[in-house]
Ligand binder design. Structure first.
Ligand SMILES: Cc1ncc(COP(=O)(O)O)c(C=O)c1O
Length: 400
């Protein structure tokens, strides 16, 4: 019998994942995938970019590149990050294979088995297996609508003495919230002086629905005391395309130097071809207009879903009002379990992701995530109706 590593033992498929296989049925209304709608990809811009690429850039694209990134993209990305106020010159920058790889590399260079990682509850589902793979103990801090609850965060930092703190302040996946400026300042105050690296995950910050909320998306790293080791990660996935598999890590130079060494042994370099395309996208000035298009499209989708929820959800169901991003987070009525609800809803033709998947401690299942980014607009209300009917069946009010 083959003997697998203890690390890979942590990578078990869950019952939830088995249920999610139903989502591949083309008739299924899926609110589960946290991915952009294919109709929103900048395909026309990409055609223009590819046809205008000089021979040298095409040749570069087929070649291995330096581990930290394709130099022209490091330059254009630095300009973009500087325009957001980020301290690019005092930090190291590396291009990663999506921000998920940045999460992986930071975890790899900081975590030994048994170390504690503090996350939010709920937490980005893709990060949990990374922390588990490196055999970290996970402790979650609950969120309210402004960010992590400070008393819990303080107590957890003091009691657990974690090795890493992982936060997703901007249009949280799955909670849909954005931290308030006051809460960000308080979090930085709490972290200061403890020598705990803070992994600040900003995959959705550009996707605010209303210009007036833009100030909420200013990264903590912009104003943080430089003594706080903030490892800031962002991604091209939601502002260009996840198939590009490009993200970045901006962090203290000793951290990015270690991450670069770690990356050498993982994939040597991120795809040079997609880095050439991302560089041309930034340099060609395509991003601002594309972002305008995305913000409008996601705001409209969010509104359609919110209106359907208002019209159809039974009493006792609560949800947030997202100011950006892809997600609505539903709190179920007392006693209702999301996994049991998913079983009924999937049989009726609609799926979502259950709350338990996002609980770092794998317990809390009284919530669920609805993603409005990918579902065809005209099917959103129908999916919400199936959800409402499934709730009625589960609470014994209907057998239809
Ligand atoms: C909060 C968050 N962080 C990171 C990622 C990883 O994205 P990528 O690796 O595609 O950049 C995602 C993807 O959905 C996400 O929601």
């Amino acid at each position: 019998m083959l003997r697998f590593s203890r690390s890979s033992d942590a990578l078990q498929s869950s019952a939830v994942r088995e249920l999610m296989k139903a989502a591949s049925n083309p008739d299924m209304i899926s609110f589960s995938g946290g991915m952009p709608n294919p109709g929103l990809f900048p395909v026309q811009e990409l055609d223009e970019i590819i046809s205008a690429l000089p021979l040298r850039a095409k040749q570069d694209g087929f070649q291995y590149g330096p581990t930290p990134g394709y130099p022209p993209l490091l330059e254009s990305l630095s300009a973009y990050l500087r325009s957001k106020g980020l301290p690019v010159d005092d930090n190291g920058l590396i291009i990663t294979a999506g921000s998920l790889q940045a999460i992986h590399l930071v975890t790899k260079v900081f975590i030994d088995p048994g170390d504690t990682v503090v996350t939010e509850t709920p937490c980005f589902v893709g990060a949990i297996p990374v922390f588990r793979y490196f055999q970290a103990a996970l402790r979650g801090v609950p969120l309210d609508s402004d960010g992590p609850m400070l008393r819990d965060l303080k107590q957890t930092l003091e009691e657990e003495k974690p090795t890493l703190l992982y936060l997703t302040p901007y249009f949280h996946n799955p909670a849909g919230i954005v931290y308030s400026a006051e809460r960000k300042a308080s979090v930085m105050n709490l972290v200061k002086g403890r020598d705990i690296p803070l992994l600040e995950d900003d995959a959705y910050g550009e996707l605010y629905f209303d210009e007036k909320d833009k100030p909420l998306t200013v990264p903590m790293k912009v104003s943080a005391d430089p003594s706080i080791p903030i490892c800031y990660t962002g991604s091209f996935s939601k502002i260009f395309g996840p198939g590009m598999r490009l993200g970045w890590l901006l962090g203290p130079k000793d951290v990015t130097a270690r991450c670069e060494l770690a990356k050498q042994g993982v994939d040597a370099c991120s795809s040079t071809y997609t880095q050439v395309l991302a560089d041309a996208f930034l340099r060609g000035g395509y991003l601002p207009a594309y972002l305008e298009r995305l913000r409008k499209a996601y705001a409209r989708r969010c509104q359609i879903m919110t209106e359907a929820l208002k019209a159809l959800m039974p009493e006792g169901v609560k949800w947030n009002a997202p100011k950006g991003g892809f997600y609505l987070w539903l709190q179920l009525p007392e006693g209702m379990n999301a996994t049991a609800l998913l079983e009924i809803a999937a049989a009726r033709g609609a799926v979502f992701v259950v709350g338990r998947a996002f609980d770092p401690e794998g317990q809390k299942d009284d919530c669920l995530r609805l993603s409005f980014s990918h579902t065809p607009e005209e099917r959103i209300a129908e999916g919400v109706r199936i959800l409402a009917e499934s709730m009625a069946v589960l609470s014994g009010k209907s057998s239809r």
